[in-house]
Design a protein around this ligand. Structure first.
Ligand code: ACM
Length: 265
C-alpha cells in the first residue's frame, strides 16, 4: 500500500479555501491513505475558547468531516485529518479517520500543547486502532509524540501505521521522537505538519514543516522541506511492521516485561 502526507499552509479561519487547497494537493497524486495536518482547515492560533467553539464542528455530521468523506469516496482512499470538534460543552482538538464508505473513527488529542490548554478540553477517549483492511491504523496528534505511551498503546493494539497530524513549532523535535517511536515499536509513522506563520496575538507561531514518513527501522522514507507546500506518497510494506523480531531470540513487543514497569502512575 502507499501513504501520502500533505504539508499545507492554511490561512486562519478560511475553512473552505484551506480545505480545497488540501484536496487540490491530494488530487496531484494517488494514495491509499492520506494524512493531513492538525486543525488543517481552520488554522491553529485560537485566541479564546469561544473562537475555537465558533470554528468547531460536530463529528461526523459537520461539513469538514463530510467533505473528507466525499473526498475519500471520490478517490477510493482513506484520510486522516485534524479539526476542532464540538461535543456539548466541550471542544476537542480531534482527528478523524474516514474511508470510501464513510466515517470510521475519531481521536481527541490527549496531551494538549501550550495555549491549547486554554482553548480545548483534553481528550477523553483511549488510543484506539482501526483495521481498514489494507493496514491497522492508529492516530495521535502532534505533541502526543513526546509521550512514548501514546505510540506504545497503539503498537500494543496492533497498529501498523500511526497517522500523526501536526502543527509543530519546536524545530525538528518531533521528527526525532517519531523516528524513535517508529523504531522502538517497529511500525510506520506518518507525520503531516503545516508551514507558515500565524501572528494573531502578541506572539507569532512559525510552523516547522519537515513532514515525514518513517519506517519500522526508524529511517525516514521521505522528509519534506521546512517551508514549502508539498505532498509526498511513499510505498510501505505492512509485513515489515508485523515482523517485530530483532534477533531470533528477541522481539520488540514480545520481550517487554510489564510486570516490572510502573507506567500507569
Ligand atoms: C502541537 O502539539 N501542536 C505542538
Amino acid at each position: 500500500m502507499n501513504i501520502g502526507i500533505v504539508q499545507s499552509s492554511p490561512v486562519f479561519g478560511e475553512v473552505e479555501d484551506n480545505l480545497v487547497d488540501c484536496f487540490d494537493l491530494m488530487a496531484s497524486q494517488s494514495a491509499d491513505l492520506w494524512v493531513l495536518p492538525e486543525l488543517f482547515a481552520t488554522g491553529y492560533q485560537f485566541l479564546s475558547p469561544d473562537e475555537a467553539r465558533a470554528l468547531a464542528e460536530p463529528v461526523p455530521s459537520g461539513k469538514t468531516t463530510q467533505a473528507l468523506i466525499a473526498c475519500a469516496a471520490k478517490n477510493a482512499c482513506f484520510v486522516v485529518a485534524g479539526l476542532p470538534e464540538v461535543d456539548g460543552v466541550n471542544v476537542y482538538n480531534t482527528s478523524v479517520l474516514v474511508g470510501p464508505d464513510g466515517f470510521l473513527s475519531r481521536y481527541r488529542k490527549i496531551h494538549l500543547f501550550y495555549e491549547e490548554k486554554l482553548h480545548f478540553s483534553p481528550g477523553d477517549l483511549p488510543f484506539a486502532v482501526v483495521d481498514i483492511g489494507i493496514a491497522k491504523v492508529g492516530m495521535m496528534i502532534c505533541f502526543d509524540h513526546l509521550f512514548p505511551e501514546s505510540a506504545r498503546s497503539l503498537a500494543l493494539q496492533g497498529a501498523d501505521v500511526i497517522c500523526h497530524p501536526a502543527n509543530l513549532v519546536l524545530p525538528d523535535l518531533a521528527q526525532r521522537t517519531m523516528s524513535i517511536r517508529a523504531l522502538e515499536n517497529g511500525i510506520y509513522t506518518a507525520t503531516s505538519n503545516r508551514i507558515g506563520t500565524e501572528a494573531r496575538a502578541d506572539e507569532s507561531l512559525t510552523y516547522t514543516g519537515h513532514s515525514q514518513v518513517v519506517g519500522p527501522d526508524g529511517e525516514a522514507l521521505v522528509r519534506l522541506s521546512q517551508d514549502l507546500v508539498e505532498v509526498a506518497v511513499v510505498e510501505i510494506d505492512i509485513a515489515k511492521a508485523r515482523n517485530k523480531a530483532i534477533t531470533k531470540h528477541n522481539d520488540k513487543l514480545g520481550d517487554r516485561r510489564p510486570d516490572y514497569y510502573s507506567c500507569s502512575r
